[in-house]
Design a protein around this ligand. Structure first.
Ligand SMILES: C[S@@+](CC[C@H](N)C(=O)[O-])C[C@H]1O[C@@H](n2cnc3c(N)ncnc32)[C@H](O)[C@@H]1O
Length: 400
């Protein structure tokens, strides 16, 4: 067969098989495979970006919870604009917060927050001039939440807090030998974790299990504020020390059976609390109110076996597990799972990962391993470790 006829024959055969002939100036007649079938479209309408009754409130009532994340973020922004135009600054703040939770650097929402900061700052100055420093502080805390890089507002707020001269338990690290080093390590770990959820657009709240005097809670609050992570901060603790050891695994562990490390059960003595002037949880909520506005700090006082019976209608972006015991960690993981609080991309920080000689048979390590075996929805990837004791993981929802 002549060459030209042979080429034509080959083309005809390829075409009949569904191949197309791409002509390029240098290489005419090369056959390319048919395009692969497109992946099925993801059905975002099945997804709910925030539970309607999340503690942060829903962004203005009738915002649809479907659509893509970008559409939902935009609708929240528009509602924020409407609320602002109608003079409802707090509602505008909540709407813009939802936008920023999905798209961390949403330029218009960031600019709108800066405008809000100016208004709150002015309102605080008016209160301050009339001698109402408590009201001034609330406005300025909110102003810094809206524009954390604003040095002038931060400076005014810091002066006001310093002038109050209050004792502050949340500034004391009770756990580590070298508090300065511990603080540097924990700040970096919290920053990395919060940067991840903020920039990845994992919306929702930050939850801490194991608060003690609020030292790590302050680090979370300050980092959330500075990063403009706009979720709520949930603090879970008995504020009365560890529960009785009910699990044989804890009783047999190196920390308890071997050394009885927490003989005082991490309970602040009555005399200490009396001197403090208010119950530990009330004190913490008040002092952290210098960092985040009060409505964003949710205290859950009591043993987890009680407090986690109350429905928790919020999604977690990050869960900090710092409650030492196997039994407590089991209760936390099991109940958060049952209440559908976890989500794809949720970060789990285990502060006591290497307790008990890092043995997988005890403590948080064992509880997390068993959690992964017990349920079928979530798998995990290790993220990083911090200090001598901590480890961070990311959860993956198999159905997402
Ligand atoms: C190591 S301390 C937390 C330290 C705190 N995160 C910090 O860095 O300052 C552990 C806390 O877990 C709390 N805890 C442990 N198991 C608990 C449970 N089942 N229910 C309530 N609180 C619990 C204890 O009351 C204690 O305050």
């Amino acid at each position: 067969m002549p060459l030209r006829a042979a080429k034509q024959f080959t083309k005809n055969v390829l075409r009949s098989l569904g191949y197309s002939i791409i002509r390029t100036p240098r290489n005419e007649g090369i056959a390319s495979a048919p395009p692969p079938p497109a992946w099925p479209e993801k059905d975002y309408s099945r997804m709910i970006w925030f539970p309607a009754s999340s503690a942060n409130g829903d962004a203005g009532g009738d915002v649809p919870s479907d659509g893509t994340p970008a559409e939902y973020a935009e609708s929240c922004y528009q509602r924020g604009q409407a609320a602002y135009a109608a003079g409802h600054a707090d509602e505008a703040f909540r709407c813009y917060s939802k936008t920023l939770a999905l798209i961390h650097r949403h330029g218009a929402a960031v600019a709108a927050m800066k405008a809000l900061a100016g208004d709150y700052y002015a309102a605080g100055r008016a209160e301050s001039a009339s001698g109402n420093t408590a009201a001034a502080k609330q406005f300025w805390v909110r102003a810094v939440e809206c524009d954390p890089a604003n040095a002038e507002i931060r400076c005014e707020l810091e002066k006001l807090i310093a002038a109050e001269g209050k004792r502050d338990l949340t500034r004391h690290c009770y756990i580590f030998y070298d508090p300065k080093r511990a603080e540097a390590i924990h700040r970096e770990a919290v920053l990395r974790s919060l940067e991840f959820v903020s920039i990845a657009g994992v919306p929702g709240d930050i939850m801490e299990f194991g608060v003690l005097g609020g030292w790590s809670a302050r680090i979370f609050g300050e980092t959330m504020r500075d990063l403009m992570n706009m979720g709520n901060l949930h603090l879970f603790d008995s504020f009365d020390g560890l529960p009785d050891y009910s699990s044989q695994i804890d009783i047999d562990s190196y920390e308890i059976g071997g050394r009885d490390l927490w003989a005082n059960k991490m309970r602040f003595p009555d005399e200490f609390v009396r001197e403090l002037g208010s119950p530990v949880d009330v004190h913490i909520k008040d002092r952290l109110g210098d960092v985040l506005s009060g409505e964003r700090i949710q205290i859950h006082r009591g043993f987890y076996s009680e407090t986690l019976r109350q429905p928790l209608k919020a999604k977690a972006a990050l869960v900090h597990v710092d409650c030492d015991l196997y039994q407590s960690t089991v209760e936390v993981l099991q109940r958060l799972y049952e209440m559908d609080v976890f989500q794809d991309g949720c970060v789990l920080m285990f502060d006591d990962w290497n307790c008990n000689k890092a043995s997988p048979n005890y403590g948080e390590r064992r509880a997390f391993r068993e959690f992964l075996e017990w349920q079928d929805q979530y798998t995990t990837s290790p993220f990083f470790t911090y200090g001598f004791n901590g480890a961070v993981f990311i959860l993956h929802d198999k159905n997402a």
